[in-house]
Design a binder for this molecule. Structure first.
Ligand SMILES: C[S@@+](CC[C@H](N)C(=O)[O-])C[C@H]1O[C@@H](n2cnc3c(N)ncnc32)[C@H](O)[C@@H]1O
Length: 306
């Protein structure tokens, strides 16, 4: 049944009703009732991934990690593409954040759904400011005006809109619906639906003066290969500016908000390994979550000028 299921219905009326009740119980914080109702849903619709996903969530909330793991593994068995993001919950359970935790299909589905209201919701309601902060960081470290800019995870094109100027912009994003919004800005010479690391691999060496990634790396657990490609595509003296969501521990974790949090020390270590000088590192929150500023950092790096 991989791929051939609807998120809206299991196709079985009784299962759908149990699922809706379970959902209401979960929202009310009654995890025991929710778990019971999702177990009934699973029994009634044993091939429907959302039932196992919801059961996994209810078990997690109820503190039964073993049962949660079993239910979430069943989601992955039924839906290899993991459109629901069961891998993320599993990665959080295991305390590990690998590439598998954030499948492309999950990110694309998330942002395809979000695209039409992204700008209004994020900027107006969540105080989203990564593009503006990155533009300000670049402006505060003057350099030659870039002529070719790669915008990784360009979304609706807010980054290009925050930086007026004659440069040629090239955007890549996993979500076609986000790209459709970016197209409307008229700021991009080309836009491509692809995973950003795969897209970078296909770029010519020494082909961009500036590479940007605004609020994107919170969906990318493994940045080492990305840094390697950024260093390869940058021209000598070319710059790399991005934001990350941070945490106080070591390494990379999946946070309670289901985003990837990177330790700042990792950025400095990767920069050193790939010949990038850190010109600026600033603590900065790029948006709010449930009324709280999300901890984060901004970076400006440069490849050595030869
Ligand atoms: C929070 S939005 C930010 C969009 C834009 N950079 C901005 O500042 O408005 C994150 C975007 O990154 C994209 N994205 C996440 N992971 C990606 C990946 N591995 N490859 C390409 N795009 C990715 C998402 O589809 C989404 O459009």
């Amino acid at each position: 049944m991989t791929g051939l299921w609807s998120a809206a219905t299991s196709g079985d009326l009784i299962a759908d009703r149990r699922y809706a009740w379970g959902d209401a119980a979960l929202t009310d914080g009654d995890f025991i009732a929710a778990r019971d109702l999702f177990e009934q849903t699973v029994e009634q619709a044993p091939h429907w991934p959302p039932a196992y996903y919801a059961l996994g969530k209810a078990c997690l909330e109820a503190g039964d990690d073993a049962a949660a793991r079993k239910a979430l593994e069943q989601v992955l068995a039924l839906d290899e593409a993991d459109r629901l993001g069961a891998g993320l919950l599993l990665a959080r359970l295991e305390g590990q954040a690998s590439r598998a935790a954030m499948p492309d299909s999950f990110v694309a589905a998330l942002f395809d759904e979000y695209a039409p209201r992204f700008d209004a919701h994020l900027v107006e309601n969540l105080g989203y400011r990564a593009p503006r902060l990155i533009a300000e960081l670049l402006a505060s470290h003057p350099a030659h005006a870039p002529s070719i800019i790669y915008d990784l995870g360009c979304g609706t094109g807010l980054m290009a809109q925050a930086m007026p100027g004659p440069a040629q912009w090239f955007g890549v994003d996993l979500s076609p619906a986000m790209l459709a919004e970016a197209e409307k800005t008229g700021r991009y010479a080309a836009l491509e639906a692809a995973e950003l690391h795969a897209w970078l691999l296909a770029r010519a060496p020494v082909s961009a003066d500036l590479v940007l990634a605004a609020d994107v790396f919170c969906y990318v657990p493994e940045l080492e290969p990305v840094f390697a490609q950024v260093a390869r595509v940058l021209t000598p003296g070319g710059r790399f500016a991005f934001s990350i969501q941070t945490h106080e521990g070591e390494g990379v974790v999946i946070g309670a908000d289901m985003r990837v949090h990177h330790a700042p020390g990792l950025m400095r270590a990767m920069a050193a390994r790939h010949g990038l000088a850190v010109l600026a590192e600033e603590q900065a929150s790029t948006r709010r979550d449930r009324g709280m500023d999300v901890p984060g950092a901004l970076y400006l790096m440069a490849k050595a000028a030869v």
